[in-house]
Design a protein around this ligand. Structure first.
Ligand SMILES: [Zn+2]
Length: 122
């Protein structure tokens, strides 16, 4: 009974994140498999193309992996009750921002201030 209750909108966000996580998992597993079958077909004439495709796929995989990590982190934040709440001003983070950065810990205004302060320190 002491567990914090998840609001309907948070529950919806969580369902979306879980669906996105599964999608990314499948896509990452598929890329890994494609890479494996490519290794077996080594045509010297296609080397250049293959390596171009390879680096394209790797960067795609990297961004998918980043996305995946963000989603995993966001799901943890939902469990902890910190999802979608700015750590600086305690206000809800804009939904548009959460779509691109589900693991955002600051609203846009606080994030900008935070980055400005960080630049000053460097
Ligand atoms: Zn804020």
């Amino acid at each position: 009974m002491s567990e914090h209750k998840i609001s309907p909108s948070l529950e919806m966000a969580r369902e979306k994140l879980v669906a996105r996580k599964i999608e990314l998992e499948e896509s990452l597993a598929q890329s890994a498999q494609e890479k494996f079958s490519d290794d077996q077909v080594q045509d010297p004439g296609d080397q250049a193309l293959t390596s171009t495709m390879e680096s394209l796929r790797t960067s795609l995989q990297d961004s998918q992996l980043e996305d995946y990590n963000r989603v995993v982190q966001a799901l943890e934040m939902i469990e902890q009750g910190t999802y979608g709440i700015c750590v600086d001003c305690n206000k809800p983070i804009a939904e548009r921002r959460l779509i691109s950065f589900p693991n955002a810990t600051r609203c846009i205004a606080c994030q900008e201030r935070f980055e400005e302060n960080n630049v000053d320190q460097i």
